[in-house]
Ligand binder design. Structure first.
Ligand code: MG
Length: 206
């Protein structure tokens, strides 16, 4: 049975995601700069193992999706949300709040490790080996042209974030760093705004 569903331009109005307490979110782009590049695909998962894939074509008029992403009661789980948030702000014109970022959390509470990629966290925290080989594939083509591997790659980017978050939360609590992580998640909105005005480097650095 398929564990995903595609939508064109916007998610269904009656989607079960609306009543989720937390949603894992990840985007695929045409490049790295939200100012010049497109957001092609947004993957969403409520932790149930089913992935909702929204493909953008002509525009970003997606009221149902915006309603979910702007619902501050729903926790949005990202892995390196800084990238996705830039594209969401630039194209959908939304500020996403109430965030947990697995990459930031890992950097804060797993200082012993130099590796904080999604593949690393899946391996180290969940014992799951992920392939990252489709990271750079062409997401601009039509849904019908996506390969099975490409779709499975897109799904994997959100399928494990709930479980990773649970493991990281345990370490954050143990290390007494939950507050620090929370403050970093809250700063992501400003970090995204800095990116969008061209201040990509760490402005706190000497
Ligand atoms: Mg991705």
């Amino acid at each position: 049975m398929k564990n995903y569903k595609f939508y064109l331009s916007d998610i269904d109005a009656n989607t079960s995601l609306k009543s989720a307490s937390s949603i894992a979110v990840d985007g695929e782009f045409s490049g790295l700069d939200p100012k010049t590049d497109k957001l092609h695909l947004l993957q969403l998962c409520d932790g149930s193992g089913f992935v909702h894939l929204v493909k953008f074509e002509k525009d970003y008029n997606a009221p149902n999706l915006k309603e979910i992403l702007e619902n501050n009661k729903i926790k949005k789980i990202f892995h390196f949300g800084r990238a996705d948030l830039g594209f969401l702000k630039q194209h959908l014109n939304i500020n996403v709040k109430n965030i947990f970022d697995t990459k930031i959390a890992s950097k804060i509470c797993r200082k012993f490790s130099p590796d904080h990629g999604l593949k690393d966290l899946c391996r180290d925290l969940l014992g799951i080996n992920l392939s990252k080989q489709h990271q750079t594939s062409d997401w601009g083509k039509r849904i019908e042209e996506y390969s099975k591997d490409q779709i499975s790659y897109a799904c994997n980017d959100v399928l494990y974030l709930h479980k990773i978050k649970l493991e990281l939360e345990k370490i954050l609590i143990r290390e007494n760093k939950s507050n620090l992580a929370e403050q970093c998640f809250n700063f992501l909105e400003t970090r995204t705004d800095l990116d969008l005005v061209g201040l990509k480097k760490d402005i706190f650095e000497h």
